[in-house]
Ligand binder design. Structure first.
Ligand SMILES: NC(=O)c1ccc[n+]([C@@H]2O[C@H](COP(=O)([O-])OP(=O)(O)OC[C@H]3O[C@@H](n4cnc5c(N)ncnc54)[C@H](OP(=O)(O)O)[C@@H]3O)[C@@H](O)[C@H]2O)c1
Length: 208
């Protein structure tokens, strides 16, 4: 199965590409195909091309782009029609020493779904720092997947489960994606204020 990473040349996209390339054929997408090819050279088995080529050639398309870039990917709508689209986009900015959520009325995932009608959008990996993907064995992490149908959730969950120790958790419909996205500034602030190093989410269950 082919998985495209749009923005795969960035910090997050590149590390996720390395991880997913162990189980999938990865296509790195960049606005500049030369940059995509250069990044693909660093990811075993991956190829690199422009956004359109990557999205068209793949079964699943992951968006690892800044929030501000969502509208610019609307021309990819025909390429991703009917396909699973993963949004790991978090709208945020720095305010003084801390990160704050900086989205609009809708979540970034809903905005992406609006830009790409006909695709099946789910959130995933929004709260996972790139350092976790760098690790050979990832510590147990819960990956929050918001999606509008059980089928879309299951498709996204399968991709998440392909990374050992990553547990997909259904976080509700896309209208709840804002909650998922806003965990990232919180986690970054927790890490910064408490000197913990990179943090990711894991929910604990009371036994019995
Ligand atoms: N870093 C984290 O800790 C983390 C964790 C989870 C989720 N995220 C989310 O993942 C997304 C990517 O984060 P990142 O840290 O990987 O960002 P990044 O290093 O800046 O990479 C983003 C990539 O998006 C592409 N892009 C497309 N349109 C762009 C534009 N208008 N301006 C700048 N880049 C543009 C660029 O690739 P080309 O120029 O090659 O097209 C760039 O390499 C963000 O929405 C972020 O909130 C980040």
């Amino acid at each position: 199965m082919k998985v495209a990473i749009i923005g795969g040349t960035g910090t997050m996209g590149r590390e996720l590409a390395r991880k997913l390339s162990k189980n999938y054929e990865v296509v790195i997408g960049s606005r500049d195909s030369a940059r995509a090819k250069a990044t693909a050279m660093e990811v075993a088995g991956a190829i690199g091309t422009d956004y359109h080529g990557a999205a068209e050639a793949s079964d699943v398309v992951i968006f690892a782009i800044p929030y501000e870039a969502i509208r610019s990917v609307a021309p990819l709508a025909p390429d991703v029609s009917g396909k699973l689209v993963i949004s790991m986009i978090n709208p945020m900015r720095m305010e003084g020493e801390l990160f704050v959520y900086d989205g609009g009325a809708a979540s970034a995932a809903e905005e992406l779904a609006h830009a790409l009608p006909g695709s099946k959008v789910a959130t995933a990996f929004n709260n996972v720092p790139p350092r976790f993907f760098e690790m050979e064995t990832v510590p147990p992490v819960d990956v929050l997947v918001a999606a509008d149908s059980k089928e879309t959730f299951e498709e996204a969950a399968k991709l998440v489960r392909s990374i050992r120790e990553m547990r997909p958790m259904h976080a509700g419909p896309l209208s709840h994606a804002k909650v998922v996205e806003s965990i990232t500034p919180l986690v970054l602030n927790l890490s910064r204020l408490n000197g913990t190093g990179a943090l990711a989410t894991r929910f604990v269950t009371r036994k019995g």
